[in-house]
Design a protein around this ligand. Structure first.
Ligand code: HEC
Ligand code: HEC
Ligand code: HEC
Ligand code: HEC
Ligand code: HEC
Ligand code: HEC
Length: 491
């Protein structure tokens, strides 16, 4: 009798030697490859973007996990097979056999194609998530107001992510979490209309705005002329030319002072807002570079500030609409009349155009028809109105978004003080120190800007560099006027 051959030591041969585990390995290499590629792409990209990190840190690792699972499934099946006494491993390649040779060639070719496809795929996915199309148009309906206003604003060429995400890992993660929530909210129609602001998770301005706008740099004045048409029969024009004292914040680059004084590097301005929209600010604290603290407070505001959040003032407290400006009907019609897009000789046209814009509409189509009807009805015998209607309709399309309930009246603009409290949230003459000796400056109309000229025609040619007293077309004003009590942008 020939002796039994000694039993083959199956355990020596790796359990991972099987087709399933091998396939897992290829998927794994593909995923690793994509991961590295995305990492490099993201590192050399100008700004990082939450959706890329969803790819890099969620989708790709999911494939990596899949490859490991495949590997173990293969190994587990293999060990079961062996336990059932199967002698051979399932994967035995003999390159002398034509069938095996073909198999190996096919496998290698398949793997190469897979790697290529996953690399190209990740590259394209990367480019797509970077694009404005992805941010704005993927959620087209939801983001339409922000998209349209962004396109018309001074930052039209600045990508959404540059302000909303910025650089760095921790904001990656944060925006990834809120990004995932947003995807959910849109998918299940759970998003609020209008989208509420301030965005509490918005990244501090120093990491976004200051990437492009160097706070040390501001200096000097900005010369701007505002032109209005009043709500009377002859749409009387009125202009005011202001030299706005933007000022500077860096003593080595120019005099420190003016409006950007709040941003002086060594200075700290902090405040408490008692409402979510940050429109009511009863408490302000300044810490100067020497550490001297001054607190200004409204008369009735509490001494116990412990239950309030103290916010450090930054760019966004004034420039909260750098990109999405929903122009008020009043202002938009003024501009169209100034540019002669709307014929200013049509009686009451200012009032009627603003009226047509402020009627209530539920959809874009309803607004288009409603504006046409409202204006046509008021001027049944004036053919000039035909040229006005499309201009007013365009103003509506650019600034009103009924489906998202977004327009000038729901988003405060903090930059001035005409139709929102803006600067007058603090500069209203009611914020005083405990001993009442100091008040935040308010009633001097020539402190933040100089009124160089005002009026019509020749009056606009007489410039007064020292500034002049405001000549209010709407009659005498009291000492600390609250402009937005009467001016709401929609009269
Ligand atoms: C120049 C910087 C900047 C750019 C570029 C920018 N945003 Fe904004 N965005 C802001 C600021 C600032 C706010 C207001 C935040 C606040 O009030 O808390 C805002 C607000 C929003 C809001 C809240 C609703 C609203 O209308 O205020 C959405 C949604 C939004 N942005 C989406 C976008 C999209 C989409 C893009 C690209 C098409 C974009 N943003 C580009 C700075 C920017
Ligand atoms: C990627 C660069 C970039 C970022 C980030 C950026 N801006 Fe700008 N900003 C610009 C450019 C470019 C202009 C246009 C300059 C011009 O027209 O002369 C501009 C213009 C402005 C203006 C003048 C607007 C006007 O009406 O003329 C203001 C104010 C401003 N930015 C504020 C901000 C604020 C606030 C942020 C942060 C939320 C911000 N910017 C983020 C590049 C940027
Ligand atoms: C106290 C409110 C306030 C703060 C805080 C503030 N700004 Fe301004 N800024 C203004 C005003 C007001 C103007 C001039 C008005 C205008 O643009 O029409 C202005 C003008 C600008 C301009 C346009 C300058 C020009 O020459 O056209 C830029 C850019 C700017 N600010 C960026 C910033 C940045 C960045 C920060 C944060 C570091 C900041 N601002 C903080 C109120 C502020
Ligand atoms: C959160 C409160 C707050 C807001 C909002 C605010 N300021 Fe001020 N501002 C102060 C305080 C406090 C001072 C220092 C007290 C003073 O000089 O009256 C000050 C000082 C100033 C100064 C004098 C700087 C100097 O040269 O000494 C100017 C100019 C100014 N602010 C303009 C503005 C403008 C314009 C806006 C709106 C775009 C604005 N501020 C919004 C709190 C605020
Ligand atoms: C705390 C600083 C500050 C004080 C005080 C101040 N203004 Fe202004 N004012 C501004 C800023 C900032 C703007 C916005 C400039 C812009 O939009 O570019 C502005 C804009 C205006 C405008 C143009 C309004 C518009 O948006 O159409 C008028 C008019 C005006 N101011 C009049 C006055 C009068 C009158 C007073 C005195 C009662 C006064 N201001 C006091 C800061 C101030
Ligand atoms: C008591 C209400 C009231 C207050 C407060 C008020 N205004 Fe007026 N304002 C009017 C009226 C009414 C008119 C005339 C409206 C018309 O014919 O269009 C007017 C007209 C104007 C005009 C001419 C352009 C236009 O829109 O008709 C300007 C500019 C103006 N006001 C600026 C201001 C500023 C800046 C402040 C704050 C310093 C202010 N107003 C405060 C009631 C007010």
């Amino acid at each position: 009798m020939t002796p039994e051959p000694p039993p083959r030591k199956n355990t020596r041969l790796s359990l991972f030697r099987n087709w399933i585990s091998l396939a897992g390995m290829v998927v794994g290499i593909g995923a690793l490859f994509s991961f590295l590629l995305l990492l490099v792409l993201d590192a050399i990209a100008k700004v990082s973007n939450p959706y890329v990190s969803i790819l890099t840190y969620i989708v790709v690792p999911a494939f990596l996990a899949l490859s490991i699972v495949l590997g173990f499934i293969g190994a587990w099946r293999e060990s079961r097979r062996r336990a059932h006494g199967s002698e051979k491993t399932s994967l035995q390649i003999d390159l002398n056999r034509p069938r095996d040779r073909r198999g190996v060639v096919a496998f290698i070719a398949g793997s190469v194609v897979f790697l290529l496809v996953s690399a190209i795929g990740s590259y394209h996915a990367f480019n797509f998530t970077e694009s404005v199309t992805f941010c704005g148009e993927t959620c087209h309906k939801v983001m339409k107001p922000e998209n349209v206003t962004h396109d018309h604003g001074p930052h039209a060429r600045v990508a959404c992510v540059e302000c909303h995400v910025g650089k760095g890992v921790s904001w990656f993660v944060k925006s990834k979490i809120s990004g995932s929530y947003q995807l959910y909210a849109v998918a299940f129609n759970k998003y609020p209309r209008p989208i509420p602001t301030p965005i509490t998770s918005l990244r501090p301005a120093r990491d976004t705005c200051e990437e492009c706008h160097w706070p040390q740099k501001f200096s000097g004045n900005l010369d701007r002329t505002f032109t209005y048409f009043q709500s009377d029969a002859s749409n009387s024009p009125y202009s005011i030319r202001l030299s706005i004292k933007i000022g500077g914040a860096d003593p080595s680059r120019g005099p420190v002072g003016g409006i950007h004084w709040h941003m002086v590097v060594g200075n700290q301005v902090e405040y408490i807002a008692t409402d979510a929209a940050r429109q009511k600010i009863p408490w302000v604290r300044i810490t100067d570079p020497q550490g001297v603290v001054t607190v200004y407070r409204e008369p009735k505001f509490t001494n116990d500030i412990s239950r309030y959040e103290i916010r450090k003032m930054d760019c966004m407290d004034c420039h909260n609409r750098p990109s999405h400006r929903y122009v008020s009907p009043d202002r938009a019609v003024n501009l169209a009349m100034e540019l002669n897009q709307i014929d200013r000789t049509i009686p009451w046209i200012k009032t009627n155009a603003v009226f047509a814009l402020t009627c209530k509409y539920d959809t874009d189509d309803q607004a288009r028809d409603g504006i046409a009807t409202a204006l046509a009805e008021r001027y049944p015998n004036d053919p000039r109105i035909r040229d006005v209607i499309p201009v007013v309709q365009q103003i509506y399309r650019d600034n009103f978004f009924p489906e998202m309930k977004a327009n000038w009246s729901v988003y405060p603009d903090n930059l001035g003080h005409m139709i929102w409290p803006g600067c007058f949230r603090c500069h209203d003459g009611r914020h005083k120190t405990e001993d009442k000796k100091l008040t935040i400056k308010a009633n001097d109309c020539n402190s933040c800007h100089t009124i160089l000229a005002q009026g019509v025609g020749g009056e606009m040619e007489k410039l007064m560099p020292a500034g002049q007293k405001f000549n209010h077309p709407g009659g005498d004003l009291d000492d600390n006027p609250t402009c937005n009590d009467c001016h709401n942008g929609g009269r």
